[in-house]
Structure formats: structure tokens, C-alpha cells
Design a protein. Sequence first.
Length: 227
Amino acid sequence: MCGRFWNALSWEDYRDSLGLTGAPPDTNFRPNWNTAPTHTVLICSEHDGERRVEEMKWGFVPIWMKERPKFSTINAKAETVEEKATWKGSLNKMRCVVPVSGFFEWRRGPGKTKQAYAIKRRDGEPLLMAGLWAFNDKVDADQPRSFAIITCPANTVMGAVHDRMPVILDPADLDLWLGSEPWGDAHRALLKPCPDDWLTAYPVSKDVGSVKNNEPDLVDPEGDPIF
């Protein structure tokens, strides 16, 4: 799954990694070192052939729902995204990218112990996570746009921490994922784990477990990388 991430990206990071043009949007690029569900996040989507970043709430609310879902909608499983009514209405025209600096995951240890890990790209580039978005102004008129991150089975290295991971897109695939072409085999083929050598992971403080903590040192290593 993917339930927590951090984002310290600048406008230049968004522009260069997403191929954006024009002036930066009138929005807040302040870092969030411990982004959690219900937080407002800068998402990239495409409208009338133009890519843009805009704020959306993490926790997908389909247009047909009259109240907030009673089940978690922060992640959509790649294996069932075409089957579940929650997601399939967004597959054709409401695909998005969630650009982040990295994400957190917890690995189970002996007994009930858990260790938090930070996972990011080895080359320092933003992680471009595949997502779906929806518009629903009946449930939340103040922030009608919401999103979910698509997850898939873990690749070999990520399997050392957790059995699932976000779908991380190659920048070369953004034209397809964000474009207007209806859902098909080409999109389906992108819902897979990224190459093993893209990622690195290292232990971090257990303080990341509390969303009240939101400081840069949350992503400082507390041990050697495990891959």
C-alpha cells in the first residue's frame, strides 16, 4: 500500500519532471514532510491537452457517492481497478500523476515491532506515482477534487519492506497516462512495479508514525540503506 509520503518539490521540480509549460500556479509549494490521507496535495492532470498541477484531497470520492466512503479509498489496487465501481469511472479521462519526493513504509520485525523506511529514487528525481481523480461537490463543496494512488505487487527489492508498492511511472509514459486516449491495453501495461534499480530504502525515525510530526529530519537516515 502507500499511506504516507513526503514532498519537498519546488515548482522547477514539477515543471521539469512533468513537462509543464507556462507560469507556476498560484498555489503553495511549502514542503510537507509527512503527508497523510485527507491532506491536500498538488496533483498533475491534463485538461484539453494541457498539463497542470492543482490541489486535490487524498481520499477518493466518486461522483456518484452522496457521503464520504466508509472504507479506505486512498489506494486503488491495480488488479481490481477495472472491476470496482469506485474506480472504473475515472479510468478513461481522470487519470493523474502524484509527484512526490519519496514515500514511507513499515517493515514488520520480531513480535509486534515495526521499522519505518523511507523509499525514494536513487537518482534523486521525483517519484511519479500513477493515480486516479474524481470530482464530487456534494460531499465536499470546498475541495471537490480527490484522488487515489494506484498500487501493485512489490518488485524484488521493495519486497524486503512490504508486499505492495505504488505504481511509479517512467517519465516517458506520461503522455499516455495523462492523455485523452480511452483506457486500453497500453494503460493496463503500465500498472506494474518499477525496475528494482530505481529505488533505495533506508530506516528512519519512528516519529513518522504520528502525523503531528512534520519536520525535515523525519527523512534523515537512521541506519544504512537496505537496497
